[in-house]
Write a protein that binds this ligand. Structure first.
Ligand code: GCU
Length: 396
């Protein structure tokens, strides 16, 4: 083996050394803005958690002007009980809403396993790739959303497309839910919601539907997203505590990766490339990551005491796998307040060796930036483990 090839080979085998938290000077999860130490679950839940959430709203993702709108309405467009060779019932649901600026619809696709005790837990994917990846007819099958496998393992497979909420383009926040709900009589404020927050809002409306469907166990639903969708899943999980499990796949900058590592994509770059994703205040931190009042380990900590899972890919330097892993490590103190284990290790695992014992799961998949069947299987293993399910629940 050539020396370089050998080094790369060894790097995959050897645990990666960690940068000490002091080196990054991360803000402490359990220290309030006025310097008080948080020592109980109550002080976290009622004090520090809302404080951190507000910081992320004000300086990063922006503030949604509306929660569940009174206009929200579910239209079950179609129910087919004999889908996937009889394994699943398919429901196509249109979630309608309206505001001063017009109306919108989220097209939600849901497959519910037939041979399983109801209500059934499951996963909702925020799809940010082409709609063919989430084909409700299943003529196109994609590893990005392996609905058949999800159903076979006894879980609900649900999904919607992010563009139902807001097209992924910078149009000055005129179209999508911004156009529908934003006030027109005042100037847009620097902490107004960006597009990531708009997509996250959509996942919460899907949760509104799950709560209304007796076949779905809304107390055990996971929100899943890849890349920009992974940033969205994390923000959704922070804003909406109804999600019991939050899954970030290769979310990178302003997702799971620590900003202060300044590795891979950085704040200035993401704000330039995607000026509509975050609130305007976030632009103050271009090339000034150290001045952020938060870092992304605090976003992960906002899930505590619920389950959260972060996955990276070994060839995805743009998303900074080590920064994603370290954010999980440094989110742990919020879990420890509840007597729960966070990640349970500070040593980055080699590729394809998932860490799943604690309430924070992590894996580094070998390969490129993508959401694959391997990733999904890890997420379902984690859910099986923590939700006490096994293959007999899936009716197989
Ligand atoms: C770009 C962007 C990332 C994002 C990714 C994606 O690479 O810079 O921040 O995660 O697109 O969504 O695929």
């Amino acid at each position: 083996m050539k020396p370089l090839a050998l080094t790369v080979f060894l790097a995959f085998l050897a645990p990666v050394a960690l940068a000490a938290p002091e080196d990054l000077n991360l803000p402490e999860v359990l220290k309030t803005l006025d310097g008080k130490r948080v020592t109980s679950p109550e002080a976290w839940r009622d004090g520090r958690r809302p404080e951190v959430l507000e910081l992320f709203r004000e300086f990063v993702y922006g503030r949604a002007p509306v929660g569940r709108p009174s206009s929200l309405r579910f239209e079950i467009r179609d129910t087919l009980e004999d889908f996937m060779s009889g394994d699943a019932t398919r429901k196509l649901i249109d979630i309608h809403f309206a505001g001063a600026g017009g109306r919108g619809t989220i097209h939600l696709t849901v497959f519910i396993p037939n041979k399983v005790k109801k209500p059934v837990p499951g996963f909702v994917l925020i799809c940010n790739r082409g709609r063919e990846n989430i084909d409700p007819e299943r003529k196109t099958i994609s590893g990005f959303w392996p609905a058949e496998q999800i159903v076979r393992r006894g879980y609900v497979a649900a999904t919607f497309h992010n563009s139902d909420l807001d097209p992924d383009e910078h149009d000055g926040f005129k179209n999508g839910v911004h156009g529908i709900f934003d006030r027109k009589d005042t100037e847009r404020s620097p902490d107004a919601w960006g597009t990531i927050a708009a997509w996250a809002w959509g996942a919460s409306r899907a949760m509104d539907y799950f709560e209304s469907d007796p076949d779905i166990d809304s107390s055990k639903m996971a929100v899943v997203g890849h890349s920009r969708g992974g940033k969205t899943a994390l923000w959704c999980g922070a804003e909406d505590e109804r999600f019991a499990l939050v899954i970030s796949n290769d979310s990178g900058c302003t997702g799971a990766a620590l900003a202060r590592r300044k590795s891979g994509e950085r704040v200035a770059r993401i704000n330039k490339g995607f000026p509509h994703w975050f609130c305007d205040n976030y632009k103050q931190f271009n090339d000034r990551e150290d001045e952020l009042p938060v870092d992304q380990h605090m976003l992960i900590a906002l899930m505590a005491p619920r389950l959260v899972y972060v996955a990276s890919a070994s060839e995805d330097a743009w998303a900074d796998p080590l920064g994603e892993f370290l954010a999980c490590v440094h989110a742990a103190p919020a879990y420890e307040l509840y007597g729960l284990e966070g990640l349970g290790t500070a040593i980055m695992p080699p590729p394809d060796r998932p860490i799943q014992a604690g309430h924070i799961g992590y894996h580094l998949r070998k390969g490129k930036h993508n959401l694959t069947e391997y990733d999904w299987n890890c997420y379902m293993d984690f859910a099986d483990k923590h939700w006490g399910r096994n293959i007999s629940d899936s009716g197989q």
